[in-house]
Design a protein around this ligand. Sequence first.
Ligand code: UDP
Length: 320
Amino acid sequence: MNVNVKRVLITGGVGFLGSHLCERLLSQGHEVIALDNLSTGIRANVDDLLGHPSFRLIEQDVCTPLLIHVDEIYNFACPASPMRYQLEPTGTLKTSVLGAINVLDLASSTGAKVLQASTSEVYGDPQVHPQSEAYCGNVNPVGPRACYDEGKRCAETLFFDYHRQYGTRIKVVRIFNTYGPRMLRDDGRVVSNFVVQALRGHDITVYGEGAQTRSFCYVGDLIDALILAMKLPDDMTGPINIGNPSEISIKSLADRVIELTGSRSRLIYSDLPVDDPVRRCPDITLARTSMGWEPKVDLDSGLSRTIDYFEKILSGVAAA
Ligand code: UDP
């Protein structure tokens, strides 16, 4: 076997980001095993990969100990939209914490490298702007978002403690808001909500006054960064922010979606959810300097590709 060909395990491999990662790694000639309990990932995301000779799907929960020999592990298994992760908060916490322990145990016993999909949510409602990796965050440990935020923070702690205690080869990346084809149409995230509402001519649901900001990264750019992060030398563990530093208010995002879809939907306003971060924008200096990475796809181009995807989904041309 070519030594450059890796055997790669992707937990959450059927989800939005996981499935794009599977596809990219297969296209680079690697052998890919997707492990997923299909709770938020949908099989349609990997339909095109199922016949590929180097692809395998294992239906299993990441909370169950893993026995499989691989070179690299990307740990993506976890519900990730606020609506979905709050649905069963204790399950979300278990997935983050037990999932991290299981992938770390596997990596420690086999020598595999393991990358944790952490999140900008570790910064909570940030008091420092933009957020650099040195910022320790402002998380409410007892609020409705804590199951995800604290779960992911605990997973980071586990990664660094395994690294210090056992020398486990780790990478931790903090992923900021990401969008693109294969987002679920009904998991409550802002880009999918707005695009689907606009295409259907329904009201666009802006929470609060829409003055809160986010910074949206197109999925293709994000996948580039993940693969580069995994290739960093062993002493470069992260955490590394990955995201698009171009910040936009939620109201402006709604306006962009209306313009790009040509929709006649109108905006309606309702209460801001509890603990909803007011501002979020990554400082990506470390990603730029360590990996030579920065996002290439601007918001309008990425939104147009996402709109094309949802047009197909809603017209029933594509599965999901
Ligand atoms: N949001 C909104 N309308 C929606 C869905 C979300 O105004 O239909 C807002 C939400 O309150 C938040 C931002 O959009 O301020 C991003 O929400 P999302 O759930 O996509 O992810 P978050 O960044 O909060 O994890």
